[in-house]
Design a protein around this ligand. Structure first.
Ligand SMILES: Cc1ncc(COP(=O)(O)O)c(C=O)c1O
Ligand SMILES: Nc1ccccc1C(=O)C[C@H](N)C(=O)O
Length: 416
């Protein structure tokens, strides 16, 4: 799985050649101009958009208007006149094309953690079969999904079966109610086989639930085409919605009529303003709502999504692979052999949009990188994560990051 990075060249001309290649690649990049849409400073290489996406420049003015006019002047009228009440479905439809979902299946709101809960308990209820007494969960998952899956299993009287994503097809069977898997591993950047795993889960008669936090906005997801049952994801990484921006829930249309949310708040009632004591679920994506939406965050997200207008996801994927390839090539050229181990698969079919490199001195290396304007992040104890967001990261950024990484590795290993 991991490969020791081999230093392929030590020629002094290597750096010049890579700098020239980076310039040529940037000049030919059809997405290069998108960077101007973001608030970024040239002194910093921002490789942490897989944790918090950068701010699109036009969002502050839009939010100033929302606050001063929609809230400040229209006040309560804005629920109707400014379209606040229907924002969760409207913004869901805006995100849907990035997920390969037809309209009417995605609703925005709550955190990813909360949506994992709705989706997983909802999936077990959709399976509606007591003999299906197991929930399969990605053993390598981002922790929140694992914690919530454990609680969902306890609440629904199921047994939790943690397995590596690649082993899910072999693990599912007549006892499986649902399987929860991450599309891209947050630590290693490994892309899992969504079509194959979904098909295996569904062939076993179970429901496939996907966490798209690290894939949506970086690569094609194709939820409808692959027959995914339910999915969740955050909007503050590749979708640039802002810190704590609301997450989304996808419930495939074929399941919506029977989707039984474990959090049936008044916003998902068929007639919320009837305020009746009995619950009657709304139709469609709205059934995934809970309480009053966090309008300011939601409208910041809606505004941020403008940067996607006219951007084909396929183009984003092509650039993401080319960028991560180029970064790995630069690291091989600059960093002495054996000092870093890449946890990110070399095969494109298995790679998301980040590169994860490990070394024992990772905490000190990342601290120095950030001091020198190369912002990635650390996953303890020894993983350096570099996220490549194709809308605003270029090839010169990748070259510079690798060069500074080599300098910092040398200093740290020599105790300087
Ligand atoms: C795969 C994955 N799931 C869930 C989360 C977190 O969800 P929440 O937004 O609820 O904190 C993250 C990152 O924070 C993540 O990477
Ligand atoms: N929401 C956050 C708030 C603070 C710091 C990090 C996050 C992240 O999103 C971490 C990310 N999910 C990760 O893949 O590590």
């Amino acid at each position: 799985m991991s490969e020791l990075l081999e230093n392929t060249t030590d020629s002094t001309g290597a750096a010049e050649a890579l700098v020239a290649r980076a310039a040529a690649l940037d000049a030919a990049d059809p997405l290069a101009k998108r960077r101007e849409l973001f608030a970024l400073d040239d002194g910093v290489v921002y490789l942490d958009g897989n944790s918090l996406g950068a701010l699109p420049r036009h969002v502050p003015a839009r939010m100033a208007h929302v606050i001063a006019h929609e809230w400040g002047e229209l006040r309560i009228r804005s629920w109707g006149e400014s379209g606040w009440w229907t924002a969760p479905e409207r913004i869901g439809d805006r995100i849907a094309p990035l997920l390969g979902a037809a309209p009417g299946q995605v609703v925005v709101g709550d955190s990813t953690s909360v949506n994992v809960f709705k989706a997983l308990v909802g999936a077990v209820r959709l399976a509606d079969d007591d003999s299906r007494d197991e929930i399969v969960v990605d053993a390598t998952t981002f922790p929140t999904d694992g914690y919530i899956a454990e609680s969902a299993a306890r609440m629904t009287g199921r047994r939790l079966v943690p397995v590596a994503p690649g082993d899910v097809p072999a693990a599912v069977g007549p006892r499986t109610a649902a399987a929860l898997v991450n599309h891209v591993d947050y630590r290693t950047g490994r892309l899992h086989d969504l079509p194959g795993i979904t098909a295996a889960v569904r062939d076993a008669g179970a429901l496939a639930v996907w966490d798209l936090c690290h894939s949506a906005g970086a690569l094609p997801v194709d939820l409808d085409a692959n027959g995914v049952d339910l999915a969740v994801g955050c909007t503050y990484k590749y979708l640039n919605g802002g810190p704590g921006a609301p997450a989304y829930l996808y419930v495939a249309e074929r399941h919506q009529g029977r989707f039984d949310s474990p959090l049936p708040g008044w916003n998902s009632h068929a007639d919320p303003f009837a305020m009746s004591p009995g619950y009657a679920a709304a139709d469609g994506a709205r059934r995934g709502r809970v309480g009053t939406p966090d309008i300011l965050s939601m409208l910041a997200l809606e505004s941020a999504l403008d940067v996607w207008d006219g951007v084909p996801v396929g183009e984003v994927r092509a650039k993401s692979l080319a960028l991560t390839d180029f970064f790995l090539e630069c690291v091989r050229a600059y960093v002495p052999e054996g000092r870093l181990t890449s946890l990110t698969p070399a095969a494109h079919a298995e790679r998301g949009s980040q590169v994860a490199l490990s070394c024992p001195e990772a905490p000190a290396v990342m601290a120095r990188l950030i001091e020198r304007g190369v912002v990635g992040d650390l996953r303890r104890p020894d993983v350096l994560r570099f996220g490549f967001t194709p809308l605003y990261v270029g090839y010169a950024d990748a070259e510079r990051a690798a060069r500074v990484l080599a300098e910092v590795c040398a200093e740290v290993s020599e105790g300087r």
